[in-house]
Design a binder for this molecule. Structure first.
Ligand SMILES: C[S@@+](CC[C@H](N)C(=O)[O-])C[C@H]1O[C@@H](n2cnc3c(N)ncnc32)[C@H](O)[C@@H]1O
Length: 190
């Protein structure tokens, strides 16, 4: 996979166990960025989609799709339609190449766009791995554009003021991963 230099630095810092630095270094790259590129471990990706109850009839949007692993897993393993939204052109290109290789173009696609410029009205599941501040920024868009019953799954960061319908902690290599599942119309403000 071809990755940008900022992405390589972020991944190197993650591998070195310096996650907070990895989170910080990317935010200076693009002023529109809500979070740097840090991939969700594949085991956590699968569990996020399971906990959201993703099925073939779902349309999953990953907001800030990174290398496309959530989009690809949703389409390949769960048979759902999946759309990624990603600012980083290089990550978009590598995800598109992978989608073509896997021949899942009928179910998976990536938009090289800012989350705020994308129509989410067709989503039945939304996945997030943004910071607490990113979730806070994106929350009004979720509230105004998602239909009742849409599940929103967030890795590690809660959506302030929303009450999850379920949550789980997964043991990872070196640290735990939290998964929060919300449902539009069922999460009441705290
Ligand atoms: C922590 S990574 C998560 C990647 C992937 N969702 C995963 O869980 O493996 C966050 C991603 O969001 C992207 N991103 C941040 N702000 C964005 C925005 N406003 N519009 C689109 N993508 C954005 C970043 O470039 C980065 O790739």
């Amino acid at each position: 996979m071809t990755v940008s230099s900022s992405t390589r630095v972020g991944m190197a810092l993650m591998i070195a166990g310096l996650a907070p630095l990895a989170w910080a270094q990317n935010s200076i790259v693009d002023p529109r960025s809500l979070a740097p590129y840090v991939p969700t471990p594949l085991k956590v990706v699968e569990r996020m989609l399971q906990l959201a109850g993703v099925e073939k009839t779902d349309t999953v949007y990953d907001l800030g799709s990174g290398d496309g692993r959530i989009v690809i897993t949703a389409a390949q393993k769960f048979g759902a339609k999946a759309v990624g939204v990603e600012l980083d052109r290089i990550l978009v290109k590598s995800t598109e190449d992978r989608i073509r290789e896997l021949k899942i173009e009928d179910r998976a696609r990536i938009l090289n766009a800012n989350i705020f410029d994308v129509d989410l009205s067709q989503a039945s599941v939304v996945t997030l791995y943004l910071l607490t501040s990113g979730n806070e920024t994106v929350k009004p868009k979720l509230e105004s554009s998602l239909k009742p019953g849409t599940r929103v799954v967030s890795h590690d960061f809660q959506i302030a003021g929303w009450v999850p319908i379920r949550s789980e902690t997964l043991k990872g290599h070196g640290r735990d991963h939290k998964i929060y599942v919300y449902e539009i119309g069922k999460h009441s403000e705290q």
